[in-house]
Design a protein around this ligand. Structure first.
Ligand SMILES: [Ca+2]
Ligand SMILES: [Ca+2]
Ligand SMILES: [Ca+2]
Length: 413
């Protein structure tokens, strides 16, 4: 073959191009090994998201292992820049539609790279409901309203009981009881609840009230439930993401126990006498519990509620719950067992203060991770509530959190 110089160059360029394409194709599954140029952060020039939906921007930061990141967003109202995040990843949510200008500064060694992007927030299709939209999970612990709120019927399963617990959704909610320590419900909304700085963001309704006999004191029927929040980080629509505990007023107190575990032991239905049956004298030793602190005790049964207090649809002989445990909050105010009141904790719990009290409103900014480190969440999609104490309040029975709906405080009006 006899090629002149120009033809030879063409062949070389073609060969190089083909080699390059093949090389890129073979590496496409292995992006981590591609050396990034400083420009290659993966930040797009614009993004679009619906109102009250969380947009996650995850940067490619392989070539910036030690860089510092600063995200600032220009306020639509004041036109001032506000620093919103200092992590490599950025979550954005807005209550209002419009276009937002976002500046990213990457300080890497001595140099600072500045990049700009725009987020267009569109009005959602239809309109959002402020109320709880869906119940994802429900498992009450031992309680006098277990199998009653909601009512269990022969043939009911975990799934059908979750469906029955959905009475807490919507604008005219019903009440469910979570039973004693650990019993829980998981629910969500049809949009993400925005975390507005300096404001409480959502309310969980219960059936707490102040007692007439304790004027001026925040006490009465207060059965605090611990609240966890999460957002749908993996965007699959279900609450399988990391949970963050709302660190309420008791979170850092020494009497609050973290990583608590309580196990309830199902009574033997063939025991003589039959636990809970007519004439049975040991209702104060109805269902035995043990915990990981070396304690043991019994849940009681009272004469007002005759049904089984162990969830009927659970076949396992033990029920185990883990989480944070709050100190007992009920005291026998009469001294003779006739009058019990529960002290309300200051903030951050469910069913701990009347529904018209500010203390039933929750600030997403109180959330902490499993190590107790505060997390900065742009918003949340899911909420879990579980009964936070393990106490028998005399004839009142177990202290058990009730949930009676809830809503997003930012769009309720
Ligand atoms: Ca907030
Ligand atoms: Ca998820
Ligand atoms: Ca209650």
């Amino acid at each position: 073959m006899n090629l002149n110089l120009i033809e030879m160059k063409k062949v070389l360029i073609l060969t190089w191009s083909l080699t390059g394409l093949l090389f890129l194709a073979s590496c496409s599954d292995d992006d981590d090994n591609v050396t990034q140029t400083p420009e290659d952060l993966g930040l797009k020039s614009e993004y679009t998201v619906d109102r009250l939906r969380i947009l996650d921007i995850d940067l490619n930061t392989v070539s910036y292992p030690n860089a510092e990141f600063e995200w600032t967003i220009k306020s639509k109202t004041t036109q001032e820049d506000s620093l919103t995040s200092t992590g490599k990843d950025f979550s954005f949510i807005s209550l209002y539609s419009g276009t937002y200008s976002v500046t990213l500064k990457v300080k890497n060694g001595g140099e600072t790279i500045e990049k700009q992007t725009y987020i267009t927030v569109e009005k959602e299709t239809g309109s959002y409901s402020p109320y709880i939209a869906k119940v994802y999970d429900f498992l009450p612990a031992i309680g006098q309203f277990t199998n009653d709120l909601p009512k269990w019927a022969e043939g009911d399963t975990r799934e059908s009981m979750i469906a029955k617990a959905s009475v807490i959704t919507g604008s005219s909610p019903g009440t469910i009881s979570l039973g004693g320590y650990g019993g829980y419900v998981v629910f969500g909304f049809d949009h993400s609840i925005i975390n507005i700085q300096g404001e409480r963001d959502f309310k969980i309704r219960g059936n707490a009230f102040w007692a007439d006999a304790t004027p001026g004191q925040k006490a009465g029927n207060c059965e605090p439930g611990i609240i966890l929040v999460s957002y749908d980080k993996n965007k699959n629509g279900i609450p399988d993401d990391e949970w963050y505990e709302i660190a309420g007023s008791e979170y850092h107190k020494s009497e609050t126990i973290k990583n608590y575990e309580l196990i309830y032991h199902k009574p033997d239905p063939n025991a003589t006498p039959v636990p809970g049956a007519e004439g049975w004298q040991t209702d104060i030793q109805y269902i035995r519990w043990t915990d990981n602190q070396g304690n043991t005790g019994y849940k009681t049964k009272n004469s007002y509620h005759k049904q089984s207090y162990y969830p009927e649809w659970v076949s396992s002989p033990t029920l185990s719950f883990t989480g944070t445990k709050l100190a007992d909050n009920y005291i026998d105010q009469s001294g003779n067992g006739t009058y019990w009141t529960g002290k309300s904790y200051e903030y951050g719990y469910a069913d701990n203060a009347p529904n018209n009290d500010e203390a039933s409103n929750i600030d997403i900014s109180w959330a902490v991770d499993k190590n107790g480190t505060p997390v900065k969440l742009a918003g949340i999609d899911f909420v879990k509530v579980y009964t936070g104490t393990n106490q028998e309040a005399g004839w009142l029975g177990e202290v058990s959190t009730e949930v009676n709906g809830g809503y997003d405080l930012h769009i309720i009006n």
